[in-house]
Design a protein around this ligand. Structure first.
Ligand code: NAD
Length: 315
């Protein structure tokens, strides 16, 4: 298949390079100039696995203004607050035949994609795959080859030939995809997962294992989970897992799967970039308001992350 990755950051590079290695034609599109300059200068991206085996990988890299290809599918991996800007700059090469796929965290991105792509051309998903961009021109794929897993679901919940083709390519690339049948439920389940781990680790600047080993983790996590699940019940959103299953998944993820990892929200904060908290806990609280439910804990932690951002800006 022919792919264009919109965003050559941590996840864009991970998906794009693995799809390229699985035999696909992949072009990366990015706008961060120091990253573009470094990749051009060194003739590719340095790829590491768990900080080791640093190897140069050649990639095709364009900017929205220089790209004039016609891929089967765009894969969007930018931060929520960057998406509008990218869509505007890329709109000149979108057409009705093309698909848009994304596993971005948070909520808000699908409505933005719908302004440019028809509903039957949008495939959403979630990724439990940890990747870090230590700086311009280099990326660190956390975990062994084939680590992590992901869910995917077409927006109209009717998988077509292109959905199955994408699934097969992701499978060959060892991303371990699962095709789910409830779009909003799939995405919201991951938003809720991130609303606990990303937010608490970012507020306290701690790795995931430390959160998992704290004896108050269960009650803090459960409070956020209960609020989010109550809101989803009011909004008639069918989550992929029960509250208990979600708590067990959180516990496994922080203590067993990735104890040394800092979530991507923390990585934004330490680079003095805005975090996606408004699209995660903030989104849950907004959804609650719509259904006359005061998500006091999600509102509180949203502001706590903003306070942490504010503190760093004033340091
Ligand atoms: P990223 O920040 O690595 O890259 C996104 C964009 O930001 C790219 O265009 C990149 O070039 C640019 N960028 C990176 N650092 C920058 C800097 N210092 N200044 C200016 N621009 C910069 O983002 P990502 O981690 O690939 O995340 C993309 C989406 O995927 C997000 O919604 C994220 O929450 C989600 N996600 C990330 C992970 C992960 O482990 N990284 C896992 C699952 C989902």
């Amino acid at each position: 298949m022919k792919f264009a990755m919109i965003g050559a950051g941590a996840m864009g590079l991970r998906y794009g390079i693995l799809l390229q290695e699985a035999g696909n034609d992949v072009t990366f599109i990015d706008t961060w100039q120091p990253h573009i300059d470094r990749i051009r200068e060194q003739g590719g991206v340095y790829v590491m696995r768990d900080h080791k085996d640093r190897q140069l990988t050649k990639i095709k890299l364009e900017t929205p203004e220089s790209y004039n290809g016609d891929p089967d599918m765009f894969i969007f991996f930018v931060k929520q607050m960057q998406l509008d800007g990218y869509l505007k700059r890329c709109a000149h090469f979108f057409n009705d035949r093309q698909y848009a796929f994304t596993c971005m965290n948070g909520m808000g991105h699908i409505e933005k994609l719908q302004k440019y792509f028809a509903d039957d051309k949008i495939i959403g998903g979630t990724a439990l795959i940890a990747t870090v961009l230590p700086g311009p021109g280099e990326v660190d794929f956390m975990g062994k080859r084939g680590a992590g897993k992901m869910n995917m679901c077409p927006l109209d919940e009717k998988p077509d030939e292109m959905t199955h083709k994408l699934f097969n390519e992701l499978d060959k690339a060892q991303m371990h995809p699962t095709l789910t049948d409830d779009f909003t439920g799939t995405l919201m389940t991951k938003v809720i997962f991130n609303s606990v781990i990303n937010t608490l680790c970012t507020m306290f600047e701690i790795p995931m294992g430390e959160l998992g080993n704290f004896k108050g983790f269960y009650s803090m996590g459960r409070q956020l989970i209960d609020e989010a699940y109550d809101i989803c019940a009011r909004a008639d959103i069918h989550l992929v897992s029960t509250r208990d299953e979600e708590m067990a998944a959180l516990d496994r993820n922080v203590r067993i799967d990735m104890p040394l990892h800092y979530p991507s929200m923390y990585q934004d904060m330490i680079k003095d970039r805005p975090t996606e908290v408004d699209y995660i806990n903030g989104y849950i609280a907004e959804l609650g308001r719509k259904y006359h439910y005061e998500a006091a804990t999600h509102l509180f932690v949203t502001q706590a992350v903003h306070l942490a951002e504010f503190h760093r800006q004033n340091e």
